[in-house]
Design a protein around this ligand. Structure first.
Ligand SMILES: [Zn+2]
Length: 247
């Protein structure tokens, strides 16, 4: 198995948080959920052994392999018997954050079958609510009667300078940079955890929170300047919304 094939394989698997280890949060996928993936699972275990490295955890050594920010390992010997794969965030800071969140008395809400990503989303949602509540949202003039919504703007420093709205020094001043990176973090959050919603002929990735849907446009990320929101059940909206990821 090549790394590329491994990437395809792991992204095709269903991952579930292992709730018995809140201090070392990880998730797993097992053969029982997809028996036809037996060969791939075993090949992946070999790949971890051959392309990975050894890491000490507790009193044991494990062979681990990092792909796309996730660290993978298996426990079965011989590898031919592999029927379960574990993974967690390779980033120690992120893993610690998740562990703290899970073990905190307030906040974490366990749901059956949830993934690590779902936990991360839940953890970040509190922060997201705080972020969006900081702004005075403007009412959009475009599609005002047709599809009413609100927006906030965020420009990179160079554009702020061009429009004479930034007096900062240098290529990108600290203040603009921080504001921008915070904005981009939430744009990516919406794109990662949002769902596909079709309006007329366009498919948007929207995140539904507290009765509102949030979405952004602009690819690449640097050209995303607008964060939009609308009521999910906006009575004045004319076109019907089609939720593509729902049953
Ligand atoms: Zn600036």
């Amino acid at each position: 198995m090549t790394l590329k094939e491994a990437e395809e394989f792991t992204s095709s698997c269903r991952w579930q948080y292992a709730k018995t280890y809140p201090s070392a949060p990880h998730e797993y996928t097992c053969l029982a959920w997809n028996p036809s993936a037996k060969r791939q699972m075993v090949d992946f275990a070999y790949l971890i052994r051959d392309a990975g490295y050894t890491e000490r955890f507790g009193n044991s050594d494990y062979r681990v392999l990092v792909i796309d920010g996730m660290k993978y390992w298996t426990m079965d010997e011989p590898l031919e018997n592999t029927d379960l794969i574990n993974r967690t965030y390779a980033d120690d800071v992120k893993r610690k954050q998740i562990a703290d969140y899970i073990q905190s008395d307030t906040g974490f809400e366990y749901k059956d079958g949830m993934s690590l990503a779902a936990i991360e989303c839940q953890m970040m949602m509190t922060e997201f609510r705080a972020y969006v509540s900081r702004f005075d949202w403007r009412v959009a003039k475009t599609f005002e009667d047709f599809s009413p919504h609100q927006y906030i703007l965020n420009f990179p420093c160079w554009k702020m300078k061009k429009d004479d709205k930034c007096k900062g020094e240098g290529e990108a001043c600290v203040e603009c940079k921080e504001r921008r990176s915070e904005f981009e973090k939430w744009v990516l959050f919406i794109r990662k955890y949002g769902e596909r919603c079709k309006m007329l002929k366009t498919v948007y990735t929207v995140l539904c929170v507290d009765g509102r849907q949030y979405w952004t446009m602009g690819d690449p990320l640097e050209t995303t300047w607008v964060l939009n929101r609308a009521l999910i059940d906006e009575p004045r909206r004319v076109p019907k919304l089609e939720w593509l990821d729902r049953e």
